[in-house]
Each structure stands twice: as structure tokens, then as C-alpha cells.
Design a protein around this ligand. Structure first.
Ligand code: PEP
Ligand code: MN
Length: 357
């Protein structure tokens, strides 16, 4: 496939990648590819051939024999297809069988040795590679995977944001941590980002909400798992939708413009000015706050008192959270700010106590 990243960046948003979590049978593969082609909204088919599953008793993919089914189904509809590769062998077979695009899954991106092996296997090959975020929320590990491929001469790269693992989250299968893909975009500005709402949500009723958010954050496209008969899927049954369901979802998206016109820009500017003033005031207060922390540090040093006073911290948290709630600030938000302030304050006090002037 010729320059996927460029195609994604220049095509109308969202660039749509869809297909089943896994290739299961020849018939299932042909059916879903045909259905997606008939809906006419998909630019690239995705399908898992080798499935890295968390538990060994799950379906681990149909393997190599599924590739000709996928290739034929896609050729018939004139659509390119992408498969996941987790090691050198997968990469070699996928290339031999004519995959147009490869992707590195979340459980592979965590492992620099595995990523390096794949990068080495692809040296000198001209193929687009999509890299999913690692399962753990580590921006550098994600960036490192891009660098390994770039050093091997693979320049047609795309990022896929599929969320991060947590233990028993009440809403998401994988928490989005939107700030991480946003930071990736800042570091690697030429690489398009695709959102995979299927693995973030883990359930169909949240797909639209997550997809809409991705569009509002200027993502270039979406990767959505689709199956002819989702309830019967051999993997990820709870999160797959039909080709019709995908069309409905895409039709429901509100696509806002990236650039505002002169009038809205002016309005926005006045809000931004206000925000800048408030940020300045906040930082001035923080600076004052930290100077007092240092004075407390001096006092504790002179009087031989330990830095952490648990009871005091507990009471302070309680009263501040209560006050913040009265101001309609969420406890979660205020708690994270207070934790950051507390940590900085402790660091300053340690510096004061352990360094003589
Ligand atoms: C998949 O796309 O089906 C898959 C296994 O995804 P992830 O690597 O994001 O878990
Ligand atoms: Mn899946």
C-alpha cells in the first residue's frame, strides 16, 4: 500500500479501519469484508490472524491458513488489509501472503526486544506499520517503538490509541488516558493517530461516545471491530458490531472543524486571554505556597520534627475536599491537585532539611 500515513492525513476524517477481531472461518471472513465493502465507508480492513490473548484458554487465532481467505476476500472487494504481527515469523508470513499493512499490538509494543526483532525483519521492506500503544501507560515505550522502526528505515507509520490496562475499571476495558496520545502527537507530529474505541470501551454501547471524543480531539481516524454476527464471535464478542452498526455509528458522529473562522477565533481569543490571566494568578499563588512549605521545613528542622505529619495531612485533605465540592470541583480532580502539591511540598522540605545553607 502506498503511503498509508499520508493517505490518512489527507483523506476526509475519519479514515476508517474495520474488520473482525479475528479471522475465524473462510465464510465469516468473506461475509464481513463484503458487508463492509457494501456499506462503502471503510478504507482498510483489519483482522487478527495470530491473537495474543491474556489467558491461554482463549482462541489464539486461526493462524497462517486464514491469510489466503483474507487476501481473497479483500482482493474481491478491492480493499487493502492489515494484520497484527507479534514476532519475526508473523512478519515474514504476513509479507509473503501479501498483507498491505502490518500492525504491532499492545502486548508487543511493551517489549522492546520483540519490537526490535520485527523492525529488523522489515529492514529494506516498503510497508506501512501501525503501532498500538503499549498496555501500560508509558509514553516513552510507545515512542521507542516508533524509533525502532524508523531506525530500520520504516517511515510510513501510524499510531493506534487502544487504551491502557487497569484492574477492574467500572467503565472501560482499557482506560483511555487521552493525555498520552495527545503528548505523542506533540512529540511525533507527523504521525497520524487513529483511535480504537473497541478495545478502549470493551462494550458496544460506549463506542459512539469514545469515537466522538476522538473526533473532537482531532484524531485522523477510527479502527473499529466488526463481525457478521458479533454475539457469536470467537474473540472480543462483547465489543464487536455489525457492518450496518458501523455505518450508523459513523453517520451519528458530529465532525467539527479544526480551524475556527475569524469571528469564533476572536471569541475564543478573549476566553484564552482570561484563562492565561487565571493561570498566572494560580502559579503566583503556588509559588507563594511553596515558599511557605520551605519555611515550614526550616521550622521542622530547627525543632527536629519529621516532615510527614499524617494526621494533619488527613484532616487537611478532608477539609479541602469538602470546600472544593462546595465550589463544584470534583473530588477526583482536587485530590490529584492536592497530591501533586503535597509531593512538591515534601520535596522542598526534604531539600531544606538535608542541605545546610
Ligand atoms: C486487536 O486489535 O484485536 C488486539 C488484540 O488489540 P490490542 O493489541 O489492542 O489488545
Ligand atoms: Mn480484539
Amino acid at each position: 500500500m502506498d503511503n498509508l500515513s499520508n493517505q490518512i492525513l489527507t483523506s476526509k476524517r475519519p479514515f476508517v479501519i474495520a474488520g473482525p477481531c479475528s479471522v475465524e472461518t473462510e465464510e465469516q471472513t468473506h461475509t464481513i469484508v463484503k458487508q463492509l465493502a457494501n456499506e462503502g465507508k471503510v478504507q482498510l480492513i483489519r483482522a487478527g490472524i495470530w491473537k495474543p490473548r491474556t489467558r491461554p484458554d482463549s482462541f489464539e487465532g486461526i493462524g497462517e491458513k486464514g491469510l489466503p481467505w483474507l487476501k481473497e476476500a479483500c482482493n474481491q472487494e478491492n480493499l487493502p488489509f492489515a494484520v497484527e504481527v507479534a514476532n519475526t515469523k508473523h512478519a515474514e508470513i504476513a509479507l509473503k501472503e501479501g498483507a498491505n499493512v502490518l500492525w504491532i499490538g499492545a502486548r508487543t509494543t511493551v517489549n522492546p526486544f520483540a519490537v526490535q526483532e520485527i523492525a529488523d525483519a522489515l529492514k529494506g521492506v516498503k510497508i506501512p506499520v501501525m503501532i498500538k500503544n503499549p498496555v501500560n501507560p508509558d509514553l516513552n515505550l510507545w515512542i521507542g517503538a516508533f524509533e525502532r522502526l524508523q531506525h530500520a528505515g520504516i517511515t510510513d507509520l501510524v499510531a493506534i490509541h487502544r487504551g491502557f490496562s487497569v484492574y477492574k475499571h467500572e467503565v472501560y476495558r482499557n482506560v483511555p488516558n487521552w493525555e498520552i496520545p495527545i503528548a505523542l502527537k506533540q512529540e511525533l507530529s507527523s504521525i497520524p493517530i487513529i483511535c480504537d474505541p473497541s478495545h478502549i470501551a470493551g462494550r458496544t454501547d460506549l463506542l459512539l461516545e469514545v469515537s466522538q471524543k476522538a473526533m473532537d480531539l482531532n484524531y485522523a481516524g477510527l479502527m473499529i471491530e466488526t463481525h457478521p454476527n458479533p454475539e457469536q464471535a470467537w474473540s472480543d464478542a462483547k465489543q464487536q458490531i455489525t457492518a450496518k452498526g458501523l455505518s450508523e455509528l459513523l453517520d451519528s458522529l458530529i465532525l467539527r472543524t479544526r480551524q475556527s473562522d475569524t469571528f469564533t477565533t476572536k471569541e475564543l481569543e478573549s476566553y484564552r486571554q482570561k484563562v492565561a490571566e487565571l493561570d498566572t494568578a494560580m502559579f503566583e499563588l503556588m509559588s507563594e505556597r511553596m515558599k511557605i512549605s520551605e519555611a515550614i521545613g526550616e521550622f521542622k528542622k530547627e525543632n527536629n520534627i519529621t516532615i510527614l505529619q499524617e494526621e494533619h495531612w488527613k484532616n487537611l485533605l478532608e477539609s479541602r475536599l469538602k470546600f472544593a465540592n462546595e465550589l463544584q470541583l470534583s473530588s477526583e480532580f482536587v485530590r490529584s491537585i492536592l497530591d501533586a502539591i503535597h509531593l512538591e511540598s515534601i520535596t522542598r522540605q526534604i531539600n531544606v532539611m538535608n542541605h545546610s545553607k
